[in-house]
Design a binder for this molecule. Structure first.
Ligand code: FES
Length: 214
């Protein structure tokens, strides 16, 4: 709370910590947070009920949020949502929800799985997704947003993003290589203008009167 000028501003991270601990924002958890923060439980309830990611009821441990907002919907999100619901069935370990835009429209249709973004997914991926989560495996690793090269690195390496789910380049040119490219910089991107004495800016700095060298 010391990071915030007003302790009320710490409500969201505090509620999130409580949800991570208890699995949902139970009344007891909210009372506990309110006590520690020295604010009223009513204030925290107002925050928790406003934001969609705070759960008001006990939910399954595996959180799958299927974005069904416009970009994802146009790419088949409703069918994807139905397929994941069917694959999860009545398993109480799963919390499958339709969600508003999760801010990753470029990989539509996409889902958030326990906070990680995957996409684009097809209904045919649903069973594999659920099976992997049940088995404790990383689901569909080639679909993880975090495993994709970031746009700058992809562009400078002459690679694009394969809409069917992953980087076009070979695995050896994955995120690690992208990081290297970012670090080294030299020779990878467009040529930078010279900052030497030949540049007008540098020349003006050396000769503020603009008279040049005599
Ligand atoms: S519409 Fe699905 S992430 Fe934006």
């Amino acid at each position: 709370m010391a990071r915030y000028p007003d302790r009320h501003s710490a409500s969201i991270p505090a509620l999130w910590a409580a949800q991570l601990t208890y699995g949902w924002c139970s009344p007891e958890a909210i009372d506990q947070v309110a006590c520690v923060m020295r604010i009223t439980p009513a204030y925290l309830v107002a925050v928790a009920t406003f934001y969609d990611m705070f759960e008001q009821q006990p939910v399954g441990r595996q959180q799958i949020y299927v974005c069904t907002n416009i970009s994802c919907s146009l790419c088949g999100a409703d069918e994807l949502h139905a397929a994941i619901c069917e694959a999860a069935g009545e398993d109480p370990d799963f919390n499958v929800r339709a969600f508003e835009c999760l801010g990753a429209c470029d990989i539509a249709p996409m889902v958030s799985v326990n906070g990680d973004y995957l996409g684009p997914l097809q209904p045919a991926d649903a069973q594999r997704l659920v099976d992997d989560l049940r088995a404790g495996r990383t689901p569909l690793p080639q679909k993880w947003l975090r495993n994709r090269p970031y746009a700058g690195a992809a562009a400078s390496a002459g690679n694009g993003i394969d809409r069917e789910g992953g980087p076009r380049q070979s695995p050896s040119a994955g995120p690690e290589r992208s990081s290297e490219a970012q670090g080294s910089g030299a020779g990878e991107g467009p040529e930078q203008p010279s900052a030497g004495a030949d540049s007008p800016t540098e020349a003006a700095r050396e000769d503020p009167d603009g008279g040049g060298t005599s």
